[in-house]
Unconditional design. Structure first.
Length: 346
């Protein structure tokens, strides 16, 4: 008797446990409830997620398996039926007007939008040629499992590759990414066309002159970011920094601003010393409320040509270019802030 043992990622949806073969898992993404309207879009009626400039179709596992959708009540902890038709029905953060007219149902711990149990967890899966996001409730751990054949009545569902018995004696079904994509009717061609259209639009504007702020991080490396992403720049002192856990906060006028240092999030050198005075770049449209520490703000210049996107890359990096005869790393500010926010919330 030959037994197949494979590494898997153990997940759950609507109280049921499933195993996903690790060979089909690309990465994990979490989106807080109040960020859904910013992170999830609709194309031809289908919901997609924008991940590092690419569009990924989304499938809710409970929907494709015809499970009853539920949510965790933030006060009682009970699992209750969720009547919302789609993920983006989860509202965004309360607006200023809503905050002024507080509804007791939307305050404190009772606000579903701020409850981490209701954050959307997405496993990015790969098929033969495409990626898509599978929305599940929880991610547990990686585990090697023994694959057992499916019962006859489950072989026609397309969604399962086998079954296994977990350590607690319960049966978990092994998901089949290709079959789930087929059953969900994912239209990769439409999404690919949308991505191509957006790429063409970016390329058409890539050579338009852009004003770039040049700064450094206390090393020989030069960084740049589009001035259109900068709200303001503040001068700060080291004694204004307070550290709590892995996070740093700038104490200014009795308010605090979380700040990040580039070398902690990008594949760049770490400065040998921290100066007494430094600058804090505060990005525009900064819903993460983060500032970027810069040792020295050097100049502004104009980018007139295309970026080199392959030589220097990573989350938070748009590419590189020769500006004023120096190699400059151009930052992708939204991606950088999202990377930092994800780490702080982990």
């Amino acid at each position: 008797l030959t037994l197949a043992i494979i590494p898997t990622l153990i997940v759950s949806s609507e109280g049921r446990t499933f195993a996903i073969p690790q060979v089909g898992v690309e990465e994990l993404v979490r989106i807080r409830s109040f960020e859904l309207t910013q992170k999830i879009e609709r194309i031809q009626g289908a919901e997609v997620m924008r991940l590092r400039g690419k569009l990924l179709p989304l499938v809710r596992l409970s929907t494709v398996l015809e499970l009853v959708p539920t949510f965790i009540h933030p006060v009682s902890g009970q699992r209750l039926p969720d009547r919302r038709a789609r993920w983006s029905d989860r509202r965004g953060k309360p607006s200023d007007t809503e905050s002024e007219n507080k509804d007791e149902r939307r305050t404190g711990a009772q606000d579903r939008r701020s409850n981490t149990s209701n954050a959307v967890k997405i496993v990015v899966l790969k098929t033969e040629k495409h990626l898509y996001g599978l929305v599940i409730d929880s991610v547990y751990e990686s585990e090697e499992i023994v694959v057992k054949p499916l019962p006859d009545y489950l072989k026609t569902t397309q969604c399962y590759a086998g079954a296994t018995i977990m350590g607690d004696g319960k049966v978990a079904l092994i998901l089949y990414p290709n079959g789930i994509a087929n059953k969900a009717g994912l239209r990769f061609s439409e999404i690919d066309q949308k991505t191509i259209s957006e790429t063409d639009a970016v390329q058409n504007t890539a050579t338009k002159p852009r004003d770039i702020l040049i700064f450094n991080n206390g090393t020989a490396e030069r960084f740049g970011l589009d001035l259109s992403h900068v709200a303001r720049i503040e001068l700060a002192n080291a004694n204004q920094i307070e550290k709590i856990g892995i996070r740093e906060f700038l104490n200014r006028n009795n308010t605090t601003l979380p700040v990040i240092r580039l070398h902690e999030f990008l594949p760049v050198n770490t400065p040998e010393n921290s100066p007494e005075e430094f600058f804090v770049i505060i990005p525009r449209d900064n819903h993460h409320n983060l500032g970027i520490i810069a040792t020295q703000v050097q100049d502004t210049t104009v980018l007139t040509g295309p970026l080199e996107e392959k030589q220097i890359k990573g989350a938070g990096i748009m590419g590189s270019a020769i500006l004023d005869n120096h190699l400059t790393i151009l930052l992708d500010v939204p991606s950088l802030l999202q990377t930092a926010a994800n780490r702080f919330e982990a």
